[in-house]
Design a protein around this ligand. Sequence first.
Ligand SMILES: Nc1ncnc2c1ncn2[C@@H]1O[C@H](COP(=O)(O)OP(=O)(O)OP(=O)(O)O)[C@@H](O)[C@H]1O
Ligand SMILES: [Mg+2]
Length: 388
Amino acid sequence: MGSAESPNKPPTKLAALASPAEGPSDGRAWQDLWSFKMVLGVWIPILAIGLLHYGVDAEHSWAHNVLRRLYHLPIIFAAFGLGMRGGLLAAAVVSLTYLPHAFLHIGHLAHIDPAGPVEKALEIVLYNLVGAVAGYLADAERRRRAQLRKALDEQRSLQRQLVRAGRVAALGEVVAGIAHEIKNPLHALSGTAEIVDPLIDEDAPQRRMWDIHLTELERLERIADRFLSFASPSPLEAQQLDLREVAERLVELVGADARKKEISVVTDLPDGPVLVQGDRDQLAQVALNIALNAIRAIGKQPGTIRVSVEADRPYHGTPMQSLRIENDGPPIPPEELEHLFDPFHTGNEEGTGLGLSISQRIVEQHDGYLEAANAGLGVTFAILLPKS
Ligand SMILES: Nc1ncnc2c1ncn2[C@@H]1O[C@H](COP(=O)(O)OP(=O)(O)OP(=O)(O)O)[C@@H](O)[C@H]1O
Ligand SMILES: [Mg+2]
């Protein structure tokens, strides 16, 4: 899904909202030991070599020599499959299998390996050494591959970011031109409307049409303003502020509208301040954009919006100050999440589709991230900002 992506920032797939702390990526589990591959490549060969080894007559020293060395194969296989842990475990199993055969007389059915005791002891040491070295090499290779994959992902994300930035810049120029052209005649229209308005009587049959005219004029003005703030963003006036104040102001701003629509707005704020360097008005605009979208998404039925603030929320390994706005409306389809922050992407007839795009840019100007996911109450938007 779309979100803040920049060269120096972590990739922002918004699923991170659901669990902001990074989980272990290399989760090779205990069950892997019993995977089909391991059973076939490690455990069955060890068993087979062991049985043969115990069964071969002591006179056939060549066979003992071969079988003793064959044990290395499953050890190496385990090391390459499961790394150092796998290599050492297989080496331990082999050592324990071979040890009685090397040094104990276990009755006439099991023959002792005829090699010298030093050679046999060295072989056991070698099993463990091979397990450790092969495992170490496999782990190093795996780490290198993971690094390469990460670098490739970052490169792709940067590429997408550049393409997107280019597209937004080009769009910005077009939109600025249109907004500018619309603004001037709109200004004139509003001026004349103000003069004409008192001339139309409240009871006149033309009044209804005139009211529609005024409403549409206002709508056009709103759209032109949206276009302008997309095309030419205002510079930040950053100061130290408490995110709890942004949350409280948001609740005041949307409270009345929400109550009318039977939507309860609940807050979850910490006792202490959650400080950031930010532009009070622009951050309030971001929160308001998100909350208005949430009200619209909940629709006609009663619902809940939860506004929560949290300090030091882990985000890709960095503690960030977070302001989350959740709603219990329907989830956003995954294919829409991908384009949520694209300019002019809208699912609503009245909207311009610029609200989230503008919001994202404002948050990015604060060196923060704006993320959305189907999480929390239903849909969650999180504004993550660096600590002040
Ligand atoms: N909380 C939400 N739940 C479901 N869909 C959402 C939510 N927030 C945004 N969307 C979807 O994302 C679209 C884009 O939102 P955005 O705020 O960018 O534009 P808009 O609301 O359509 O227009 P504008 O903000 O200019 O009024 C919305 O039209 C809606 O389809
Ligand atoms: Mg909107």
